[in-house]
Design a protein around this ligand. Structure first.
Ligand SMILES: N[C@@H](CCC(=O)N[C@@H](CS)C(=O)NCC(=O)O)C(=O)O
Length: 227
């Protein structure tokens, strides 16, 4: 059976699309119509009770949570992560959980501050953006060999998408400057990612523009909408 990825353009499902193309997994996509808030429909809540994108249908049931899906795919296909008994498995897991438990929630706070606080949303957005920069400092300085040229893994599309979204989406309460060149090691990853066939496929599928990681622009998708 092919997997079935429930996606919206430029949403967290993009991480899974990139990873599956990199791994060579076969899948089809089902659009979640964000303009109609389909992620909160009863049909979609049957797939992911949190009402969040992505969800991945597999022969073993529906998976949600980006980090969990990445880990499952890597283990299932034997690619994109150290094997369970490998000596660097723990180090890989540490950074995967860092992206999904720390970096990604920080970004969500800056995108959806009103979901966390019904007043002072702008202040929360600014605080989350500053925090995100500090968390990138940690990845730049402390996460080697991960994110380096010699150590490709499913961490790469996750971080590349998070950095893309940081550049594009907190527009409603944008504060401060964000220039990914401030993190040269991570910026080199963004550049490498743009040369990958998986990224070229995602550019075509989701209308991401020619340089989706180093010079992101708002998507112009062939179907659906990012927000
Ligand atoms: N923890 C979730 C977060 C996913 C997430 O934030 N998805 C966003 C799109 S990028 C979403 O569904 N937003 C719509 C909403 O909050 O209603 C995961 O890692 O899969």
């Amino acid at each position: 059976m092919r997997y079935r990825l429930h996606y919206a353009p430029d949403n967290a499902s993009l991480v899974i699309r990139l990873a599956m193309d990199e791994i060579g997994a076969r899948y089809e996509t089902v659009l979640v119509d964000r303009a109609a808030r389909a992620q909160k429909s009863s049909a979609y809540l049957g797939l992911n009770p949190a009402g969040l994108i992505p969800a991945l249908e597999t022969p073993e049931g529906v998976l949600f949570e980006t980090g969990a899906i990445l880990l499952w795919l890597a283990d299932r296909h034997g690619q994109g992560a150290p094997a369970p008994a490998a000596p660097d498995r723990g180090d890989f897991l540490k950074w995967l959980f860092h992206l999904s438990n720390t970096l990604h929630p920080t970004l969500r706070m800056s995108f959806y501050p009103e979901q966390y606080l019904d007043h002072s949303a702008g202040a929360l957005c600014a605080a989350a953006q500053a925090r995100f920069a500090g968390q990138l400092d940690i990845l730049e300085g402390r996460a080697a060999p991960w994110f380096g040229a010699g150590c490709p893994s499913v961490l790469d599309p996750y971080l590349a998408c998070l950095m893309r979204w940081r550049a594009l989406y907190p527009a409603r309460a944008a504060t401060g400057d964000y220039d990914p060149r401030r993190w040269p090691r991570l910026f080199a990853l963004l550049t490498r990612m743009e040369n990958r066939p998986a990224t070229h496929a995602a550019i075509a599928a989701e209308g991401l523009g020619p340089r989706p990681f180093t010079a992101p622009v708002y998507p112009d998708p062939p179907e659906g909408s990012a927000l």
